[in-house]
Write a protein that binds this ligand. Sequence first.
Ligand SMILES: [Zn+2]
Length: 285
Amino acid sequence: MKKLGALVLLLLVFASCGAAEIAQATETATTTATAIETTSTTTETTTTAMTTTTATTTATITTTSTATTAKPPDNAGSAYAWDYPGIAPAVAAVPKDPYLIYVSRDYALPANYSPSLRVCVEDYPEKIQMEATAAKQYKAMYDAAKAAGAELIPYSGYRSVERQKGNFDRLIQTNVNRGHSYAQAVNLAAQVILPPGCSEHSAGLAMDITRPGYWDTRVDFETTKEFTWLVAHAHEYGFILRYPKDKFVLTQITYEPWHWRYVGVGPATEMKKSGQCLEEYLGVG
Ligand SMILES: [Zn+2]
């Protein structure tokens, strides 16, 4: 009887070991999504820490990666040559007028690109930054709009390359979860979020703008008085609507009424008059 009891006990131990192994296997299977979340959280923390520093802080775009995603991309040699299928950007040239730098899924920022940053509007708890001149111009635009009854809330300005990578990888994972192949998932993601190193946000020259009552970037921002004001006046401060509705073929990015790019007053005014997007104005894309 004692022997039988021991055998039962032994069987129970084996059974529970099996369950533990299965549980572990299941956990391994879900590691990808968890890892991406973890990366994102870490990056968020870093960014927050950075943005709460003083207005004159100079930040450097670092190129190291702490990626923990199961899929590629690892940094494959050059700073932004992440190994995403179908994404192989050349290094963007920095033009004489640095505010006309062209970055897209085909052109990545140079590895050592490090804009001097400045908080755009101090009135909000989250201290959103842009490149120093762009930030000053944003503040001037913000004040003018506010005087006209429109509140251009800074939602997302400068983003580190690491943060951009977290956003991009998360969207790829979402697309994979929806049943797309990895290559398809990357291609679809790149129509909505630019790959790391390829975003104007990492150059400090773009601002995603929102308004009171909105907690995110939304396409129906185009129906607001803030958007109407921007369309009429943003060029006076050097900003352009970077991804217009009818220019997808050229920009390769879907319509983003919230994303405004600083190019300087002269070029912005010329583009406003001609109706050209940045690709047309620069003769690229
Ligand atoms: Zn944006």
